[in-house]
Design a protein around this ligand. Structure first.
Ligand SMILES: Nc1ncnc2c1ncn2[C@@H]1O[C@H](COP(=O)(O)OP(=O)(O)O)[C@@H](O)[C@H]1O
Ligand SMILES: CC(C)(COP(=O)(O)O)[C@@H](O)C(=O)NCCC(=O)O
Ligand SMILES: [K+]
Length: 260
């Protein structure tokens, strides 16, 4: 079985692939100090609670937080006796091209989203990931990652208002009833929610115009459901896009390995 790990700046998600489907998804706050032993005890408990008798033989990791990878590698080595594939490292091959400026790196989550999006929807895609940051990944007709956009995340924007202005409270995002807020919280939610709707629409329109072609827009990430219900921004919502991409990349590397 494959253990797939998607580590974002806020949450780290683990999932188990049995060769046919994912058998559960477990989420923990990202913390680079968490040790391999802590991961294992936590994961083992959750899997047992679900009655899963896991025989983990393989592991793949995508991490936007480089520091976290060390302890995840120890987990893989110590408890599963396997060397993990780490997306973004040179020994982890991708089934798609990456066409960006030479010498630059791309967030591994964006590469994984690209692979998964292309597999599910074909080329000419914009993938919008509402994570800690809100990223737009542009996928070419042949599935290549050709760049994108990075905007501040939804919660980050609300948090920035709270941090910088003495009279603005901590607020959780939700879709406001009206655009004109009649209290501070409603005003802040309106600014961020409707501001984001505008941001997504404008950026997608400009990407289409710049590329001169129609493009399907796919949403994913922790806060995507909030925007999915609200506007005609997206052609599809994919809850588990990153996990799907990790599984494809793992299987691609296995196939290449055995054909050599
Ligand atoms: N179900 C949810 N409801 C509300 N907020 C959520 C939910 N899931 C995630 N979030 C928030 O959405 C943001 C992005 O989440 P996530 O996609 O897990 O981020 P990342 O991949 O960057 O770690 C975080 O600020 C997180 O607190
Ligand atoms: C843009 C990101 C911070 C998004 O990460 P996330 O919100 O999923 O934690 C991450 O993809 C990253 O660190 N990227 C490196 C720069 C780049 O992709 O060009
Ligand atoms: K992410």
């Amino acid at each position: 079985m494959l253990l797939a790990v998607d580590c974002g700046n806020t949450n780290t998600v683990f999932s188990l692939w049995d060769g046919k489907s994912f058998m559960g998804m477990w989420r923990t706050a990202t913390d680079w100090k968490r040790t391999a032993d802590q991961y294992f005890v936590w994961l083992d408990t959750l899997m047992k609670l679900q009655g899963i008798d896991a025989k983990i033989t393989d592991m793949i990791i995508s991490s936007t937080v480089p520091r976290v990878v060390f302890n995840l590698r120890v987990l893989s080595d110590r408890y599963f006796d396997t060397r993990p594939l780490v997306v973004g490292k040179s020994d982890c091959l991708l089934p798609v091209d990456v066409r960006v400026d030479t010498g630059t790196t791309v967030g591994p989550d964006r590469l994984v989203n690209t692979v998964a999006g292309y597999d599910k929807h074909g080329g000419d895609l914009i993938i919008v990931d509402f994570g800690t940051a809100t990223t737009f990944d542009v996928v070419d007709l042949d599935g290549a990652y050709v760049g994108g956009v990075i905007a501040p995340g939804v919660n980050l924007s609300l948090e920035a208002l709270h941090q910088a202005a003495a009279a603005l409270p901590h607020v959780d995002i939700s879709k406001p009833q009206a655009v004109v807020g009649t209290n501070t919280i409603a005003c802040m939610q309106s600014g961020v929610f409707w501001g984001y709707v505008g941001l997504v629409r404008e950026i997608c329109d400009r990407i289409r115009a710049e590329r001169g072609t129609e493009m399907k827009v796919i949403s994913t990430g922790g806060l995507a459901p909030l925007f999915q219900q609200s506007a005609d921004l997206f052609d599809a919502f994919e809850e588990d896009l990153t996990m799907h991409g990790l599984q494809i990349i793992h299987s691609y590397n296995k196939d290449v390995g055995t054909s050599e």
